[in-house]
Each structure stands twice: as structure tokens, then as C-alpha cells.
Design a protein around this ligand. Structure first.
Ligand SMILES: NC(=O)c1ccc[n+]([C@@H]2O[C@H](COP(=O)([O-])OP(=O)(O)OC[C@H]3O[C@@H](n4cnc5c(N)ncnc54)[C@H](OP(=O)(O)O)[C@@H]3O)[C@@H](O)[C@H]2O)c1
Length: 280
């Protein structure tokens, strides 16, 4: 598996399985099957309310804990909860995570970031990250962090390549992990003629070409799927390389067009929402 070396020297696999909007049963199944077929990066979050199921999927896969790069995210309701990380670890059934994000720049997010730094110092989180902190949020954090993050997780795909944000990331060696890498399943993105054409050339599906584009952009990518065939396809993307001309052709699709538009009102709702965690 190709990996990315982070600014703390740790390696992270370039391809993983995402679990947003997967029910506990679906998350357990997708994580177990993904790990059994060779995945080693798993992404979840407090807010997905499937962390216990992800932990079960990891155990059922038979893959050793140290061979899984496990990523989760604290939700804003947890930023001022001093036990948030321990409760998260308990749900996941592990004693550390490889990557711990704060999920949204909502509520007392600086308290959340201090929790990440503490977790990092205590070894309970091997790496830390920020999610959805584009623009003014990363600018404000940059002035205050004691430990720079290793990752930012943001929406990224060929229609929206985060070119502005990447200038800040490059200053600190912060790596980008793409969410909605396949446009959240949007057929319009996958049906762009350039992906069919490149798919024919390399014997790959449009989705596989898109995911390879992410890794060649230097992004880690965590496509979500309930479908074992898709999960298999999404791992099978590292045996071909898009040429510079092909990457340039795909770059023409960048219209600065996001799927998800977050408002200040939504951030306030995020701050007020308490996930109803799965019962033990
Ligand atoms: N930090 C954040 O705020 C945030 C927000 C959103 C997502 N995320 C993370 O990013 C991950 C990815 O985002 P996402 O799952 O929402 O969107 P996505 O990966 O862009 O798209 C998922 C959709 O694509 C389909 N799909 C997957 N593989 C495919 C393939 N090979 N061919 C055709 N269709 C395929 C899936 O359907 P099937 O089930 O049928 O395969 C599903 O409908 C999430 O799971 C989550 O871990 C983070």
C-alpha cells in the first residue's frame, strides 16, 4: 500500500474506507470486509454513531490493531467534555487512535483542539487533524496551535480541488484527506467523459480513475461504500499512473464547485447537537 509520510514522521495509507451515513450494521460489514481484503485505513466519527460497529468490524477482520490506521473525530458537543477521548476509545474498543480530528469549527473548538494536543502528548492519538477548517478557521488556529495538525479533512474532488487552502497546508506540511471524493456518489462527476476515456485506457472504472487522481494530487482518500465490489475496486487503484497530461485534462474540471455549502446557522446547529451514541 502506498503511504503518505506526515509532518510528524508517521506514515498513513493513501486509501481507506469511509463510514459516513453507514448504519452500525453496514459500517461493521464494510470495515470487516475492507480490512480482510487489504485496506489499512478506516475513517469514522463520533457523529456517525457507528464507532462501536467500526470497532467490531476491526476485530472480526482478524487484522492486528497495529496494522490499522484508525481515524475518528470529536463532535463539538464533546469539545469541553474532559472524558471525550476516553469515551471515544471505549466505544471503538481500542486504547489509541492513529488520527483524531475535531470535526467542525463550531462551539468551543479551541477547547477541542487543546484536547487533540493533550491526546497527542499522552500518546492516545498518534496524529491529529482538523476537519472543515477552511478559510478564516485555519487562519485563526494557525496563530494558536502548539502542535500543528498532520491532516485536514475537507471536501475535495475534481470539481473542487481546494487550491486556495493547499497554499496554507504546504507551509506546514499538513496533508489533505478528501471527503466526498466521488462527489458523494453523484453520477454527473463519474460520467464526465474524461473518466470513461481514461478508464478504457487503463482498464478501470471512472470511480477508480477519480480515486487515483486524488492519490496523485497527494491526497489521502476515504471513499464510503456499502458495496463489497465497490470496496474492492476502490482499493485496486494503485497499479496505474495517470500521466501529467491526463492530470492536466482532469484539472480542467475544477470549477470551484462544492456539493456541500455550510452556513453559520448550520455551525450553530452543529454546536447544539448531541449525538445519541450507540449503547454498549
Ligand atoms: N469530515 C467531514 O465532515 C466529512 C463529511 C463527509 C464525509 N466524510 C468522510 O468521507 C468519506 C467519503 O465521503 P462519502 O462516503 O460521503 O462520499 P463518497 O465517498 O464521495 O461517495 C460515496 C458514494 O459513492 C458510491 N461509491 C463508492 N465507491 C464506488 C465505486 N467504486 N463505484 C461507484 N460508486 C461508488 C457509494 O455507493 P455504494 O455504497 O453503492 O458503493 C456512495 O453512494 C465518508 O464516508 C466519511 O468517512 C467526512
Amino acid at each position: 500500500m502506498e503511504s503518505i509520510t506526515l509532518n510528524n514522521g508517521i506514515n498513513c495509507p493513501v486509501v481507506g474506507i469511509g463510514t459516513f451515513m453507514l448504519s452500525p450494521a453496514e459500517a461493521e460489514n464494510s470495515v470487516r470486509e475492507a480490512l480482510k481484503m487489504g485496506y489499512s485505513l478506516v475513517d469514522t466519527a463520533n457523529a456517525y454513531v457507528n464507532e462501536r460497529a467500526v470497532g467490531r468490524g476491526m476485530k472480526e477482520s482478524g487484522v492486528k490493531r497495529e496494522n490499522v490506521f484508525l481515524s475518528t473525530k470529536l463532535w463539538p458537543s464533546e469539545y469541553e467534555n474532559p472524558n471525550a477521548l476516553d469515551e471515544t476509545l471505549e466505544r471503538l474498543g481500542v486504547d489509541y487512535v492513529d488520527l483524531l480530528y475535531i470535526h467542525q469549527p463550531a462551539g468551543n473548538w479551541m477547547a477541542g483542539y487543546r484536547q487533540l494536543e493533550k491526546a497527542c502528548r499522552e500518546g492516545k492519538a498518534k496524529s491529529i487533524g482538523i476537519s472543515n477548517f477552511e478559510g478564516k478557521y485555519i487562519a485563526e488556529l494557525e496563530a494558536k496551535w502548539e502542535i500543528a495538525p498532520q491532516f485536514i479533512q475537507v471536501e475535495a474532488h475534481p470539481y473542487y480541488t481546494q487550491s486556495e487552502l493547499r497554499k496554507t497546508l504546504d507551509k506546514y506540511g499538513i496533508r489533505l484527506m478528501s471527503w466526498y471524493p466521488l462527489g458523494h456518489g453523484d453520477k454527473r462527476l463519474q460520467n464526465e467523459p474524461v473518466f470513461a476515456e481514461l478508464g478504457r485506457k487503463y482498464g478501470k472504472t471512472p470511480a477508480q480513475v477519480i480515486l487515483r487522481w486524488h492519490t496523485q494530487m497527494g491526497f489521502a482518500v476515504i471513499p464510503g461504500s456499502r458495496n463489497v465490489e465497490h470496496i474492492r475496486d476502490n482499493l485496486n487503484i494503485l497499479d496505474f499512473t495517470l500521466t501529467e497530461d491526463e492530470m492536466a485534462e482532469i484539472a480542467k474540471l475544477d470549477r470551484g464547485e462544492r456539493y456541500y455549502h455550510r452556513t453559520d446557522e448550520q455551525l450553530a446547529q452543529f454546536a447544539a447537537w448531541h449525538p445519541q451514541f450507540e449503547k454498549a
